[in-house]
Design a protein around this ligand. Structure first.
Ligand code: FCB
Length: 473
């Protein structure tokens, strides 16, 4: 790849052949939750149980992309995108997570892949974006080892059925969120609050990734990788001993616990023991299986974690208890950084630092930003437009950070904005809008926002214009 060079207009160019896409996930957009033989997933069950999702929202209809995929592919083509990251719903392909494939489920994904092919859009396909077949959950879900084997079988079905049409496979999306939000803290399906189950799920998600990678290798020449949500850890103040030790522990808890096994075949030494799988769960060759050679690593970036000195029992403004539980240390939301409607910090420099850091840890391994974006209070104005200036600003600064990271040596091969469409944002339901395309959920009308036009201009130019000194209001 050639390095980006500033153009005459000050724009930062991306390397030739850079992959430009948008990302979605099955449960968040497809709808059609129980037709054509699809079985229930943990998210169907979880969203239908009162109190789990804001406003009682479910993914029953979502963006109805199951029926409207042609329109959605045409939208991407009109934006000039050359790639699309979507996920396959496991229970659409294997309704109970075991046994023969549901032919109507296969037909849907074949039709979607064909449609993408006709528009010259390369498919990046996630096999697991959180919608585990409910029947497997009834048998223990990711807390039991068998689920990793079942996942490899499902991966083989997908490899065989779609292997010739897929550009790259992502085995698992954000196992950290599955283990912590799904099994430890319960805000996501399956809604467990069980530390032992979370530690076991951590290992079995990783094992599932390794076994699925092996299964795909024989069936498809497409690239294979995994997507991790990674969080740069920032330290405020003088980085005194306690803060430095909290930094190492926090990094191991949120990043290393998945990154180290995948890249280096070991769990991080600084991870708290309670988060690690007990030795009895770890088979002799498990870590070798988990450390399969990868063709790329998918990185999802939203925000960093700040640590500083403070008293967890006497929290001050913008302070929170530190997940590392190191005495004298708190997590901190600096007031000089903007926060999104998710209350997530906006810090574009975190993306640059993260890409450089991972490139150092895995020299030569291509990276893709497989998700990056923000929620905002989007609305249709009287002119019928959605002028999402906050998202334009976010994309502009983050794309600039990505270009600078490449310039400084990061091995970044592509970028996928989260998300193509406003969609079902898990426990937040439809309240949080992340799309570059607005969805009117009453009519299913799609309206490209200002950010879609901005992103499309960057994609077509393969370059990001200079960040303005002052933003238009
Ligand atoms: C990520 C998820 C994705 C979406 C974004 C906002 O953690 O992978 O599905 O919800 O957050």
């Amino acid at each position: 790849m050639t390095e980006p060079a500033p153009g005459a207009d000050g724009a930062l160019a991306f390397p030739d052949g850079f992959v430009w896409g948008a990302a979605t996930a099955a449960y968040q957009i497809e709808g059609a939750a129980s037709i054509d033989g699809k079985g229930p997933s943990v998210w169907d069950t979880f969203s239908h149980a009162p109190g789990n999702v804001r406003g009682g929202d479910t993914g029953d209809i979502a963006c109805d992309s199951y029926h409207r995929y042609r329109e959605d592919v045409a939208l991407m083509a009109s934006l000039g995108l050359n790639a699309y990251r979507f996920s396959i719903s496991w229970p659409r392909v294997q309704p109970g997570g075991r046994g023969p494939a549901n032919s109507k489920g296969l037909d849907y994904y074949r039709a979607l892949l064909d449609e993408l092919g006709e528009h010259g859009i390369a498919p990046t396909v996630t096999l697991y974006h959180w919608d585990l077949p409910q029947e497997l959950q009834d048998d223990g879900g990711w807390a039991v080892r068998d689920t990793a084997q079942r996942f490899a079988e499902y991966a083989a079905i997908c490899g065989e059925a779609f292997g010739d049409r897929v550009a790259r496979w992502i085995t698992v999306n954000e196992p950290q969120v599955v283990a912590n939000n799904g099994y430890r803290h319960g805000q996501h399906a399956p809604g467990l609050r069980d530390a032992a189950a979370a530690a076991a799920a951590t290992h079995h998600l990783l094992l599932g990734h390794g076994l699925a990678t092996q299964a795909l290798r024989g069936l498809s020449t497409a690239e294979v990788g995994i997507t991790l949500d990674l969080h740069p850890i920032r330290v405020l103040g003088d980085g005194r001993d306690a803060v430095e030790s909290a930094r190492l522990i926090t990094d191991a808890m949120v990043n290393g616990i998945f990154l180290d096994p995948v890249l280096h075949g070991r769990y991080p030494v600084h991870a708290p023991e309670a988060m690690l799988p007990p030795p009895a769960l770890v088979g002799d060759t498990d870590l070798e299986i988990i450390q399969q050679p990868l063709d790329f690593l998918g990185v999802n970036y939203y925000s960093p974690i700040f640590l500083g000195a403070g008293d967890p029992d006497d929290l001050r403004r913008n302070q929170e208890r530190a997940r590392s539980a190191v005495p004298g240390v708190v997590e901190y939301l600096p007031d000089w950084l903007e926060r999104t409607t998710m209350d997530w910090l906006v810090d574009a420099s975190g993306l640059r630092d993260l890409l450089l850091d991972v490139s150092k840890q895995a020299p030569g391994l291509p990276l893709y930003v497989t998700e990056n974006g923000r929620a905002a209070e989007d609305y249709v104005n009287p002119q019928g437009e959605v002028d999402d200036i906050e998202r334009v600003r976010y994309l502009h600064t983050h794309l600039e950070a990505a270009a600078r990271a490449i310039d400084d040596g990061a091995n970044l091969a592509g970028y996928f904005v989260w998300s193509l469409l406003d969609n079902f944002e898990w426990a937040w339901g439809y309240q949080k809008r992340f799309g570059v395309v607005f969805v009117d959920f009453g009519t299913q009308r799609r309206i490209p926002k200002s950010s879609a036009r901005f992103y499309s201009d960057v994609v077509r130019a393969n370059a990001v214009p200079p960040v303005p000194a002052a933003w238009p209001r």
